[in-house]
Design a protein around this ligand. Structure first.
Ligand code: KIV
Length: 276
């Protein structure tokens, strides 16, 4: 097989905005996971995860901050580059951090271009509903696919008065629905629904033509997303909606303890692990 044929065959199997739209039409759920580096991007891509999100959650799980607010555009760009190198099939979505789009649509377009051009992202995600609809429209006009994010938006932690479930009560439900409709009308190709009651997740999913991607938004969303550290059991604490599919934190601790023990007792390196 020629190189050209191989390259085009690979491209055909890539996850795209069109293939995700088709998954919604066929009612076939898809998956998104966060990733922040080459190694995990490669593992998740090979495992069949459809979308890798370079989330600004890197502020929490990589940098050790309490919120995502300190994360910079250059930091997300840097992590996106690493993730993009590890991927053959998955779509890479780069999160637009706090401060990279709030000033206005022009700033938003400039930031989105950086994430695509320097980071290698296939799409960008930004938090907000009606308030960011103009920015969504302008980024899409620059030919960059936009994933929106409504409900509990962590960059609004100070405004919300904490990380609180959104969309409760008639007024709360109305706000989330209006936000989701606004970003769809602005041209977003998908929308993350975070921290809302499951029945509202279902209602929004049925109402929208674009795929919904839930995190703490119930089983009826078109797709699900988790932060990789939660999925793998690398965090001390996880929210109640998280299911831990692995226990890598405990395994890493055990491996490090064994290493320390063997080195201090001169058991490592042994004959097998020494050059002759
Ligand atoms: O930053 C992030 O990881 C996210 C997901 C939780 C959706 O926005």
């Amino acid at each position: 097989m020629s190189t050209v044929t191989t390259a085009s065959a690979t491209r055909e199997h890539r996850v795209t905005v069109r293939s995700l739209a088709s998954r919604k039409r066929k009612a076939e759920p898809f998956t998104m996971l966060t990733a922040y580096d080459f190694t995990f991007a490669r593992i998740f891509d090979e495992a069949g995860v459809d979308v890798l999100l370079v989330g600004d959650s890197l502020g929490n799980v990589v940098q050790g901050h309490d919120t995502t607010l300190p994360v910079t555009l250059d930091e997300v760009t840097y992590h996106t580059r690493m993730v993009a190198r590890g991927v053959r099939r998955a779509m890479v979505v780069a999160d637009m951090p706090f401060g990279s789009f709030q000033v206005g649509p022009e700033d938003a377009v400039r930031s989105a271009i950086q994430l695509v051009k320097d980071g290698g992202a296939h799409a960008v995600k930004l938090e907000g509903g009606r308030d960011v609809a103009d920015s969504v429209r302008r980024i899409v006009a620059a030919q960059i696919p936009v994933m929106a994010h409504v409900g509990l938006t962590p960059q609004s932690v100070n405004h919300m008065g904490g990380f609180r479930v959104q969309g409760r009560g008639d007024e709360g439900r109305h706000q989330v629905i209006e936000d989701a409709l606004a970003v769809q009308a602005a041209g977003a190709f998908s929308v993350v629904l975070e921290g809302i009651p499951a029945d509202l997740g279902r209602e929004v999913t049925e109402l929208l033509d674009i795929p919904t991607i839930g995190i703490g938004a119930g089983v009826h969303c078109d797709a699900q997303v988790l932060v990789m550290h939660d999925l793998l059991g690398l965090n001390d604490w996880t929210p109640s909606f998280v299911k831990q599919y692995g226990n890598l934190g405990a395994q890493a601790s055990k491996a490090a303890r064994s290493y320390v023990d063997e080195v201090v007792h001169r058991k490592f390196p042994d004959e097998e692990h020494s050059y002759r």
